[in-house]
Design a protein around this ligand. Structure first.
Ligand code: ZN
Length: 392
């Protein structure tokens, strides 16, 4: 095999001697990198020590999703986006938080929320957001923000929240504050977007940013419609708060995407493969929230983009089962049934199917599904309760 491959490679090199040169010199290059910024003077060094300490405490928080493969995957996407020299400056933590957000502090501490991973559909889309945060870091926007904030009580609040997060088990609201200590200015947002686009055009990825922002607008619309006409506050906290000009952003990204053309990888299948084992973690906060319509939008848009696998069908079933409006149990039962027909069905699909059947009056089918669930997961956290149901 190896010999054959070498022969073909040799042949290609002979036929297309320029190919190697093209690959080595992309049309777009990243700006020269001067290395991670070192704090200057007493003020900045003091700030670094405080942020380093906050990071040390946060590192052990139960809010951090530690799976090595998922972390490695996200780190690889960042490294392919910004290049090896830059990415070594970042230490990534995946944080259990349903908001669409990521942030990077001046010392290289980067947080990627599960709510971001649940909403993007490809490596290329993830790359635009990670690139954007890294650009704020490289352009020292976060450093300047922290230096300003340090003189205010906001910074003390941030420090105490970072400490509190170390012990919090579910702190969806607290961590949001950590992520949005300061709002970047509009021109800083645009500068970060443009540098991010430049990273990506020098990377293996296709530039695909506008659709991410378009979906966030649609998700927010779904939320507002469900809650009525009143203004929605803290709906999709985080990036939405500090990015008030999403329509403008969609317009200039669309133009940049047109210029960049169709070259580069999307990495849709890779993204699906690497995130599928963590669907429960990535969607937990969303499914538990009371925002049915926007959560359903996020689930459906993932299904439309990369197919309906067992875990996603199960999650949508749970969403309907928990809302439990009159026809919801019928819809949930159908979704659970479809989930159980997939090779990658979560075992809980059988529990969902059984519970729906029983509630809908089909006791025999319900019992069969619940028994099947107990068979596969005899030690599940709810096994005792399900057993009692079956004994009645
Ligand atoms: Zn930003």
């Amino acid at each position: 095999m190896r010999g054959l491959r070498l022969t073909i490679a040799g042949l290609l090199a002979a036929l297309y001697p320029l190919a190697a040169t093209w690959a080595a010199e992309p049309e777009f290059a990243r700006p020269p990198y001067v290395g991670a910024y070192e704090p200057q003077g007493v003020d900045e060094r003091g700030l670094w020590m405080q942020i380093d300490e906050a990071e040390r405490r946060f590192r052990d928080s139960p809010m951090v999703l530690r799976d090595q493969q998922l972390n490695q995957f996200v780190a690889n996407v960042l490294c392919r986006t910004v290049g090896q020299d830059r990415c070594s400056a970042a230490r990534i933590y995946i944080v259990r938080d349903r908001s669409f957000n990521a942030s990077m502090y001046p010392n290289g501490w980067m947080m990627v929320h599960t709510g971001l991973l649940s909403r993007v559909h490809s490596e290329a889309e993830l790359a635009t957001v990670l690139g954007h945060e890294f650009a704020h870091f490289e352009l020292r926007h976060s450093l300047n923000g922290f230096l300003r904030a340090r003189k205010t009580t906001d910074f003390l609040a941030w420090l105490s929240l970072a400490g509190a997060a170390a012990n919090a088990s579910t702190a969806n609201s607290q961590i949001i504050l950590i992520g949005s200590l300061f709002g970047f200015k509009r021109e800083q947002e645009t500068a970060a977007d443009l540098l991010s686009a430049q990273y990506i055009r020098a990377s293996p990825y296709r530039l695909r940013a506008s659709q991410v922002w378009q979906r966030l607008i649609e998700e927010n619309d779904a939320l507002r419609l469900e809650r009525g006409v009143r203004k929605v506050r803290h709906s999709t906290p985080g990036i939405m708060d500090t990015h008030p000009t999403n329509l403008q952003r969609i317009a200039y990204f669309s133009k940049l995407e047109q210029d960049a053309g169709e070259g580069g990888e999307d990495g849709i299948d890779e993204y699906r493969r690497h995130t599928a084992p963590f669907m429960a973690d990535l969607f937990e906060g969303l499914v538990k929230s009371n925002d049915f319509a926007s959560t359903d939008y996020v689930i459906r848009s993932r299904g439309d983009a990369m197919g309906w696998d067992g875990p996603l069908l199960y999650l949508r079933g749970e969403l309907f089962r928990q809302r439990a409006n009159p026809r919801d149990l019928v819809t949930a039962r159908d979704l659970f049934r479809r989930a159980t027909e997939q090779a990658d069905a979560p075992v809980e699909s059988w529990r969902g199917l059984g519970l729906c059947d029983m509630r809908l009056g089909d006791a025999a089918a319900g019992r069969a599904s619940l028994a099947r669930y107990l068979e596969v997961a005899p030690n599940g956290h709810d096994a005792a309760a399900i057993k009692m149901l079956l004994e009645n």
